[in-house]
Ligand binder design. Structure first.
Ligand SMILES: *[C@@H]1O[C@H](CO)[C@@H](O)[C@H](O)[C@H]1NC(C)=O
Ligand SMILES: *[C@@H]1O[C@H](CO)[C@@H](O)[C@H](O)[C@H]1NC(C)=O
Ligand SMILES: *[C@@H]1O[C@H](CO)[C@@H](O)[C@H](O)[C@H]1NC(C)=O
Ligand SMILES: *[C@@H]1O[C@H](CO)[C@@H](O)[C@H](O)[C@H]1NC(C)=O
Ligand SMILES: *[C@@H]1O[C@H](CO)[C@@H](O)[C@H](O)[C@H]1NC(C)=O
Ligand SMILES: *[C@@H]1O[C@H](CO)[C@@H](O)[C@H](O)[C@H]1NC(C)=O
Length: 437
């Protein structure tokens, strides 16, 4: 009960135009500048330049002192008196030191413009519990430091949050502020990834930090990235092999020979079967070539030591992502095991026809090259393509993304038009956003 009363006292009983006037005089003696011209002989401060009052409240409600050569620190106490302020504009002065924590007394504050000063230190945490009505907050071009608090989420009416050109550090918190329109944290010392809630902001809002991820071009380092993991695995395997027992080596040799025999038999069989269905112009790939093509580490094609399947499917790798109403009736391994033939080479990569094991399904697989998009961007564009439903468009079924390999999986349309489409007239994801249908 007691703290509640104490909170009410300054605002309700003690504060009036007299205490506003006293506070303005304290401000004047602390920061000088143009306030030195205030006609202090007048008892009513509402006529002083930059001071606005509400006549029914009979209180000071706005302080507009932009670019009037104020300097020094804002002393504690003045905002504890100016409790009805709705707007404070002290922008483009030379004010320094920390923000006074009693700004929290201005609980009806809507607009706080402090950009272009030399304020420093962290923002007082108490502001996040008290200034619930803030709409515009501009602290840009100061010397503020500390982390960007997730307390900004408490400003549910906020439309402007300008924090650029300061020394804020740490990572950006998720900011789920529904009305936030203007947002800038450029040129601070922020690191980590741009949180999901802010990825729709332009990348100019984040420049000059060590941030990563969409919308920035800098990819976030990801533990899920496949190639380093594979190469480490391979190296480890090789090292291990040195210390293998004779029995184990014999087992491996026998296994490999058997595997090779089975594989050769399979290839022979498949080659024979396919020779009969050779079409004009279409080059054919054997399973092994296809696997080699698809291999991630892929410098020396298919090999028994590091079959493509195991590199792609090994520990914790990403899977095929199916779009919309396509259900996951096959997986990456099925795709890699499928017999394949090259349909054509286009500007954006090579297209294959893949027949899944048992001939249960025919797919067209487009292997994109030179895609530099981050996974999030790639996914967004792909999902956009996947969502497009047009009778002349081959529906996109699924995609596969990892750092070195991007695959698009379509239904195979045997009319022959698909080949033409895949030869380059299906735009690559990086182009789709520019020439939307
Ligand atoms: C706040 O108002 C009271 C009452 O008028 C006054 O005594 C006090 O000096 C004011 N505080 C400041 C910092 O001016
Ligand atoms: C306000 O200031 C003007 C001159 O700047 C003066 O004429 C007027 O009387 C003042 N009003 C009050 C209420 O002090
Ligand atoms: C900002 O603060 C640092 C100390 O944190 C200080 O060295 C520097 O001079 C300040 N810069 C300005 C422009 O006030
Ligand atoms: C946000 O407001 C709530 C409720 O007043 C408060 O408990 C919380 O501490 C505030 N968040 C921060 C970071 O100040
Ligand atoms: C961000 O920088 C701080 C030091 O300023 C460091 O402690 C922290 O680990 C960094 N975080 C990331 C995600 O790089
Ligand atoms: C953010 O501030 C920086 C530095 O002042 C500026 O270059 C950039 O254009 C601003 N971004 C936006 C989206 O306004």
């Amino acid at each position: 009960m007691l703290p509640f009363l104490l909170l009410l006292l300054p605002a309700g009983m003690m504060a009036d135009l007299t205490s506003d006037r006293a506070a303005l005089l304290s401000l004047r003696s602390a920061v000088g500048g143009r306030t030195l011209f205030w006609p202090t002989a007048q008892q009513n401060p509402c006529n002083w330049s930059g001071v606005q009052c509400d006549t029914t409240l009979n209180r000071v409600t706005a302080l507009h002192l932009p670019g009037v050569s104020l300097s020094g620190q804002l002393p504690l106490g003045i905002f504890g008196n100016l409790t009805r302020l709705r707007t404070i504009s002290l922008r483009f002065n030379s004010l320094s030191g920390p923000l006074p924590s009693d700004l929290s007394s201005c609980i009806g504050l809507r607009n706080l413009y402090l950009q272009g000063n030399r304020f420093s230190g962290a923002l007082p945490e108490i502001l996040f519990t008290s200034l619930r009505d803030l709409v515009r907050l501009d602290l840009a071009a100061n010397n503020f430091s500390g982390e960007i608090s997730n307390g900004f989420n408490n400003f549910t009416r906020l439309r402007t949050l300008y924090l650029e050109n300061n020394k804020f550090s740490g990572s950006l918190p998720e900011l789920e502020i529904p009305k936030l329109e203007q947002f800038n944290v450029s040129f601070n010392n922020l690191n980590g990834s741009v949180p999901k809630s802010l990825r729709s902001k332009p990348k100019e809002s984040f420049a000059g930090n060590s941030l990563c991820g969409s919308p920035l071009d800098r990819l976030c380092p990801s533990k899920e990235d496949v190639p380093p993991a594979i190469s480490v695995d391979l190296r480890r395997n090789r090292k291990k092999k040195n210390g293998l027992s004779g029995g184990a080596i014999a087992g491996i040799v026998i296994g490999s020979v058997l595997g090779l025999v089975v594989l050769l038999a399979l290839l022979f069989f498949l080659c024979r079967k396919r020779r009969s269905s050779l079409k004009n112009g279409a080059t054919k790939l054997t399973d092994a070539e296809f696997l080699g093509e698809m291999q991630l580490t892929g410098s020396n094609g298919f090999s028994l030591d590091a079959p493509a399947t195991s590199s792609m499917m090994g520990g914790g790798n990403k899977k095929l992502v199916f779009l919309r109403n396509s259900s996951a009736i096959f997986d990456l391994e099925d795709l890699l095991r499928a017999s394949a033939e090259v349909l054509g080479k286009g500007t954006f990569g090579t297209a294959y026809k893949a027949v899944l094991e048992g001939g249960m399904m025919m797919l067209a697989v487009k292997r994109l090259k030179d895609v530099t998009d981050s996974e999030a961007e790639f996914r967004e564009k792909i999902e956009f393509v996947g969502a497009m439903d047009h009778q002349n468009l081959v529906p996109l079924k699924a995609y596969y993304y990892n750092k070195d390999e991007k695959l698009l999986v379509y239904d195979y349309m045997p009319m022959g038009s698909l080949s033409a489409l895949l030869h380059g007239s299906i735009p690559s994801p990086s182009l789709i956003s520019n020439n939307v249908v």
